[in-house]
Design a protein around this ligand. Sequence first.
Ligand SMILES: NC(=O)c1ccc[n+]([C@@H]2O[C@H](COP(=O)([O-])OP(=O)(O)OC[C@H]3O[C@@H](n4cnc5c(N)ncnc54)[C@H](OP(=O)(O)O)[C@@H]3O)[C@@H](O)[C@H]2O)c1
Length: 278
Amino acid sequence: MCKMSYWSLMTVKIGFIGAGRMAGAMIKGLIVKNIYSKDEIVACAPTDTTRARVAGEYGIKMYETAAEIAKEADILVLAVKPKHVPDLFEKEHLTLGPQHLLISIAAGVKIETLNSYVPDSRIVRVMPNHCCMVLEGASGYVKGTNATEKDMKTVNTILSALGLAVEVRECDLDAVTGVSGSSPAYIYMMIRAIADAGVLAGLTRKTSVELAAQSMIGAGKMILESGMTPEQLIDGVCSPGGTTIEGVNVLKNNDFESIVIDAVNASIKRSIEMGKTN
Ligand SMILES: NC(=O)c1ccc[n+]([C@@H]2O[C@H](COP(=O)([O-])OP(=O)(O)OC[C@H]3O[C@@H](n4cnc5c(N)ncnc54)[C@H](OP(=O)(O)O)[C@@H]3O)[C@@H](O)[C@H]2O)c1
């Protein structure tokens, strides 16, 4: 049987190795955005409780081992914790072939390492962020060994269903980890602090958090959709002698921007350190 007819016989299109938070977010996004139907998605997890929960939540077929889903799907998303990756190939002896496109989201696991496990497969490495859960993720993805332009389009389609997807070089993935992988936590801190100020001024916690969070969404969209730079947008909201420039002045005087740069740099540094062990 030639390769093309083998592929066309596949009814299952995509399989998830691991069915935790990220896999769940991706499965939900793919179904909601009609990229794949639930019949075209399978996943695996070693524990009964995870299999029952994910099957119940998304209506997909669940398996216990990665080897079972590798028989069902030619696109596989590697969504286990990085520390579990070696076990899959060294203890469970998972074998993948040229028919498999392996999309790895395992943080810090390099293409070279993946290639040593599955030299015949096509590999794409991805750094998503957890905002995939609300289909507003931001992912960087890298063309790996044997991956074709068609594979890159497939990965772009999958990731774009979950938010923004940007192709980068593998050497940029540590920076992507700092800029979009970790930054949601910093933004939550900013939202919490803004909301605290609202509560101090008499707003309820709920109203204050909602207003602060929506302002973050709006500010992000302004940057992505207006074509204006952050600098231009800051100027646009700072009327001379007005309220906003007063606050901007306080942030500037307290080194807000250099503190944020230090935080992102610390995350990038940690990502580089962690990458050395994978
Ligand atoms: N969370 C994030 O914000 C984020 C962002 C970027 C990248 N990532 C990457 O995404 C990956 C998944 O993260 P997560 O937060 O979704 O982790 P998670 O919630 O802990 O999920 C991991 C899943 O892997 C399953 N698993 C463990 N060993 C397995 C095996 N041998 N075969 C098949 N499945 C196995 C677990 O099954 P059981 O439930 O049965 O134990 C679980 O369902 C990680 O590599 C992480 O680096 C995460």
